[in-house]
Design a protein around this ligand. Structure first.
Ligand code: TRP
Length: 339
């Protein structure tokens, strides 16, 4: 498959389930902002259809959808440069998702580690949607013929499955229609960890609020949480290799690096040997400088939900202008009759 056949186009999405954390910001939104520009067309989505794979209270879901949109906007996603919308307003996602349910194999889904982790011993009690979720994700991406998908490490397997679906579709129908999308996994903070346990991912649903930084946290809260973050007793190592086996230290260095657009190597070159009493206040100040303006802007945006809804509605129209012809063509390829 030649890359040149397809316009360089980025697609990514965030689920509106619970609030946004520093993990969403550093691992996703900040990188999405960085990809806006002449090199790519950029399409960013609030994937509400994915959120209901586990129960969501309807009122909370609508609020969370607006909050993710506000997070995107506050962090610098510009509706004049990117298509920004919520998934359910473009019905083509669900329709292509169905076609892909008929392309993907049960055996492929059975290999998805995220489902296994989420479902645990209770797989039988999960929604069928949670199990089939990766084929809807493939539809999100391929509906726009997206060539690049910035995601965290945990989504790599789903993007590989997207490639498998595209390849099987192209093969079965003898076409060269869907691109083989490249996952873009870069930067030091594609996996931001829990501030109380550096072996667990920072999650929006963990029991203690001290284990995460929310994108809506104010300056004092951000500072307090970072200063109280768990660490081991040793100072920062003199070389990055010294972070191995020290998950909390690794995480704080990665967060510092991502916030300051440095590599972890450069952070260690500057701060190696420092004790936590020195490094944590520096990290806290840096985080406040970068994040407090965003949380302030989110609060301002959230005070005017009608404006957010208007932006998402306009984005949905732009998205549909790309998606509708791709779905029509797919239906033609598959043999669906239409006038
Ligand atoms: N599965 C992603 C997550 O849980 C969210 C998502 C849905 C997504 N559709 C996508 C990400 C398409 C990238 C591209 O984080």
């Amino acid at each position: 498959m030649t890359e040149a056949k397809f316009t360089p186009r980025v697609f990514s999405g965030i689920k509106p389930s619970g609030g946004l954390t520093l993990g969403n910001y550093l691992g996703a939104i900040k990188r999405f902002v960085g990809m806006q520009g002449p090199a790519f067309e950029t399409i960013y989505c609030v994937v509400d259809l994915h959120a209901i794979t586990v129960w969501q209270d309807p009122v909370d879901l609508r609020n969370a959808t607006r909050e993710v949109a506000a997070g995107y906007l506050a962090a610098g996603i510009d509706p004049a440069k990117s298509v920004l919308f919520n998934q359910s307003q473009v019905h083509e996602h669900a329709e292509l998702g169905w076609i892909f349910n008929c392309v993907a194999r049960v055996g492929w889904m059975n290999r998805m580690t995220q489902f296994k982790e989420k479902a645990g011993a209770n797989a039988e009690k999960q929604s069928l949607g949670l199990y089939a979720y990766p084929s809807l994700m493939a539809a999100d991406i391929l509906l726009y013929h997206a060539t690049h998908v910035p995601v965290g490490e945990d989504q790599k397997q789903h993007v590989e499955l997207t490639r498998d679906i595209a390849a099987k579709f192209n093969h079965d129908y003898k076409v060269d229609f869907f691109p083989l999308t490249t996952p873009v996994i870069d930067g030091p903070a594609t996996r931001v960890m829990n501030l109380r346990d550096g072996t667990k991912k920072m999650s929006k649903s963990g029991e203690s609020d001290m284990e995460r930084i929310n994108m809506t946290d104010d300056a004092d809260t951000i500072s307090k949480k970072l200063k109280k973050a768990r660490t081991d007793a040793a100072p920062l190592p003199e070389k990055v290799e010294g972070l191995e086996g020290r998950p909390e230290a690794q995480n704080l260095v990665d967060i510092f690096a991502a916030l300051s657009d440095m590599t972890p190597e450069a952070v260690i070159a500057e701060h190696g040997g420092a004790g936590w009493g020195t490094f944590k206040p520096l990290l806290a100040d840096l985080a406040v400088e970068k994040l407090a303006p965003i949380s302030g802007e989110m609060a301002r945006l959230m005070a005017d939900p009608a404006e957010i809804d208007r932006i998402l509605g306009q984005g949905a129209e732009k998205a549909r202008a790309i998606a509708a012809p791709v779905l029509k063509r797919t239906y033609d390829i598959v043999g669906m009759l239409r006038n």
